[in-house]
Design a protein around this ligand. Sequence first.
Ligand code: HPA
Length: 251
Amino acid sequence: SGKDRNQYKIMVVDADMIGIMGGTGVYEIVEMGEDIEKRVIETPYGESPEISTFKLHDVPVAFMPRHAKGHANPPHMINYRANIYAMKKLGVDQIIATNAVGSLDLAVKPGDFLIPNDFIDFTKTRQFTFYDHKTVHVDVTEPYCPNLRDILISSGDVIGEGVYVCTEGPRFETPAEVEMFRRLGGTVVGMTGLPEAVLARELEMCYASICTVSNYATSIAPGKLTIDEVFEIVETKMKDLRTMVVEAIAK
Ligand code: HPA
């Protein structure tokens, strides 16, 4: 329909913004400065969560809590298309995502930060493309923006590469799944990295992620995995994460 076709033409409000997609535990950026404006953006896919826009080192920034206020949307219920479309509509051309992940590798420890350079997509039920009515095959030879990755790598103490495996969730993985992901070459596993990264690429935005390793994935280390330990580590590393994001924006 005409409406479907028009969705590809996006009216951009304000150019050259940096977008931050806040993951688990990251519901605001403390250094948001003065003059924070909060807005909800209408998209063809529904409303975005409340986005905070502000200036940091004179750079316009848009912060969006991916799960919406109070972690209302679990990973499989996040409206990824509305979220990314809203960022584009605001004028965002670069997105720094934050994602909590489990580690598939004993050498990648809880509390570490990792900047993935590739992904494997094991999601199942998500709306994963903007192009349902037009044949577009985006190139993902470099799934994460190399320029933005370099900036993130130079902004903090991080592991500079790794393969992000995305599961559908919301349950954690079985031991057999973790073993499979490991053998396939995965480094970390999370639930929110996709389709977000691909949707950003479809709208021609530069996208990279800072993964906070919150735990060893099921059966990598002994004991049962609980969401409490995920939140606990994310909380502990929050200050470093924010510092890194602010540092990256200044570059
Ligand atoms: N598995 C999937 N998603 C996650 C994990 C995990 O172990 N930790 C944080 N997000």
